[in-house]
Design a protein around this ligand. Structure first.
Ligand code: NAD
Ligand code: MG
Length: 392
């Protein structure tokens, strides 16, 4: 029996995780669920999975959830706040933590899971982007098993040698080929991008996801964050990671070897596949995903990324090369700019402009502790908000 904490259980990854878990009641027990808003959904999840703890972020939501649970005569205890998120990530009775909070807010609880030596199913890529060095140190120090859930990194993980030790050259790997759908604006000309709406940006052609990551896919910042994520997960330099635009999202990424072999993982675009792989690793189990019908897919296309129409991708490579606090600042500025775009305060094409000005203005420092990351994150948010105020 594997005992789970699901951080961000009310989100897109969180609900897909519980969907997979519900297919295998004999294998999993849910110990803790957490959600920010959507208290009704969190309550229904408590009814279905009867966790020991449910965590929310504010006292008002906690009080409401407590009433609902007590009316339903459920024993789930409601906790509140960031410390509670850290607490349920490190509980002695928990084996595995699904890290599926969105944004830098996921960092502290995910780090708590690493420090407690949990098996971590990592969806929250922002943890690696902002605090990759600190997080990977914690993983290595505690002996945590870290399994990537982001579909591309899960595919890379599946296509790598089983004993991969963090040395691409020694494993005969010449390149990581990170596929990208290109998002909803893959073929949209630059001048038309000026007027796109949040609704258009969130309408992803292949994947159904939360709003923040959907906008990230539309700007291709998502792929930029994933390049940085791949850097930390596989100890790969920026030049070892090639982005390949592949509109069908059937090949989830590839690993190219020195002998000319290229290994890939394919499947329908459904996050339950990487989630089930993480949950059952090193075994396999049913994920409820339809088998891939290659005859229906028929064609697979590939093209090089367009750094001019998608400057966010270039900014992410730049931040990775600058290292230190640069990726944390890139991520924070992006979170602020995306939120402003979703609230219709800035046009789509201002997202990269805000990020670029933050990276231009602020100095880059080395990262030796979580405090370095938190300070850089706060400074970048402040400058990004100033830039947005100048525009609006
Ligand atoms: P989502 O917006 O659908 O869900 C986010 C979850 O986090 C919700 O449960 C929400 O209540 C919670 N949350 C939001 N803000 C919070 C805060 N400040 N503190 C605590 N909890 C908070 O997001 P998602 O699409 O499920 O993405 C989750 C993570 O997984 C992201 O890091 C994303 O990049 C990554 N990811 C998602 C997908 C996907 O298909 N959705 C694919 C790959 C990676
Ligand atoms: Mg991805």
């Amino acid at each position: 029996m594997q005992r789970l904490t699901v951080l961000g259980s009310t989100g897109s990854i969180g609900t897909s995780t519980l969907n997979v878990v519900a297919r295998h009641p004999e294998r999993f027990e849910v110990v803790a669920l957490t959600g920010h808003s959507q208290i009704d959904l969190l309550f229904h999840q408590c009814v279905q999975f009867m966790p020991r703890f449910a965590v929310v972020l504010d006292e008002v939501a906690a009080a409401r959830l407590r009433v609902m649970l007590s009316d339903a005569e459920l024993a789930t205890e409601v906790l509140c706040g960031i410390e509670a998120l850290e607490q349920v990530s490190a509980l002695p009775e928990v084996d595995t933590v699904m890290a599926a909070i969105v944004g830098a807010a996921g960092l502290r609880p995910t780090l708590a899971a690493a420090r407690a030596g949990k098996k971590i199913l990592l969806a929250n890529k922002e943890t690696l982007v902002t605090a990759g060095a600190v997080f990977m140190d914690a993983v290595h120090a505690s002996g945590s098993v870290l399994l990537p859930i982001d579909s591309e990194h899960n595919a890379i993980f599946q296509s790598m040698p089983h004993n991969y030790s963090g040395d691409l050259q020694r494993s005969g790997i010449s390149k990581i080929l990170l596929t990208a759908s290109g998002g909803p604006f893959r073929n949209t000309p630059l001048d038309a991008l000026q007027n796109v709406t949040p609704e258009q940006a969130c309408a992803h052609p292949n994947w159904s996801m939360g709003r923040k990551i959907s906008v990230d896919s539309a700007t291709m910042m998502n792929k930029g964050l994933e390049v940085i994520e791949a850097h930390w997960l596989f100890n790969a330099a920026a030049e070892d990671i090639q982005v390949v635009v592949h509109p069908q999202s059937v090949i989830h990424s590839l690993v190219q070897y020195v002998d000319g072999s290229v290994l890939a993982q394919l499947g329908n675009p459904d996050m339950r596949t990487p989630i089930a792989y993480g949950l059952s690793w090193p075994e396999r189990m049913d994920a409820g995903v339809a088998p891939l019908d290659l005859f229906k897919v028929a064609t697979l296309n590939f093209q090089a990324p367009d750094f001019e129409r998608f400057p966010c991708l270039a900014l992410a490579y730049q931040a990775l090369r600058e290292a230190g606090t640069a990726p944390a600042m890139l991520n924070a500025a992006n979170e602020i700019a995306v939120a402003a775009f979703l609230e219709r305060q800035i046009p789509f094409l201002y997202i990269p402009r805000v990020i670029e000005s933050v990276l231009d203005v602020l100095p880059v420092y080395p990262v030796t502790s979580l405090d370095d990351v938190t300070a850089a994150d706060a400074a970048a948010r402040r400058v990004a908000l100033e830039q947005i105020r100048l525009i609006t």
